[in-house]
Design a protein around this ligand. Sequence first.
Ligand code: PXP
Length: 258
Amino acid sequence: MAQPGGRLRLGVNIDHVATVRNARGGTTPDPMRAARLAEMAGADGITAHLREDRRHITDADIDALMGAISIPLNFEMAATAEMQAIALRHRPHAVCIVPERREERTTEGGLEVAREENRLAHFIAPLAEAGCRVSIFIAADRRQIEAAHRIGAPVIELHTGAYCDAHSEGRFADRDAELQRLGEMCAFAHDLGLEVHCGHGLTYETVKPIAAFPEVMELNIGHFLIGEAIFSGLDSAIRRMRALMDDARGEALGQGGA
Ligand code: PXP
């Protein structure tokens, strides 16, 4: 298992480049161009969620991404037979299992693993056998972490949405409580032997405390970066996020940051 406090990886989620493209139904902006640019700007991986309704990323995007990038693809998907077949066909570096509801605007909560252990254990086994690193997207909840561990997932991604929402809504006591819970659950999961990732809703303002948790190995960030790219360009947005993450890691290790 990777050692805590090491270099934090950044996965750039390009779903919302496809959202803008699909608003007009044409070919621009091209998610593949965003993926290549993200790679050059210092992303360690590309994350893309093929939703059941194909509202942003399409099957053709996944086909193209598998051939277009040299950094790992983290393929986000719901635990359905259709998605499992697609993942097994492509064998991406990583598969992140997320909950999905048609009516939601984004992935609003973590996966309910504890109540579906048996089904999920059988669901992820062939993905792991095919060589995909399986990650489970869950709330920072001890019960869910223990269940993810029991089903044999090597990686969990903790949902940071509640922390980020509390920050943006100015509910700072709630934000601090969420942060404390996330920190405790990162340590708990790491002690169980799980690799810990975090993501959802992270911004320049909220990323540093999460990046400072030594057990976190990877952050996956999308919506804010794509939005920020409208103002400063994708390259600059990713580089700034990367620098904030590195600063937070340096400061947490007592090396001081820029
Ligand atoms: N991680 C997971 C598992 C997600 O489902 C998402 C959203 O698709 C993200 C990270 C990125 O969240 P955001 O787009 O809010 O940065």
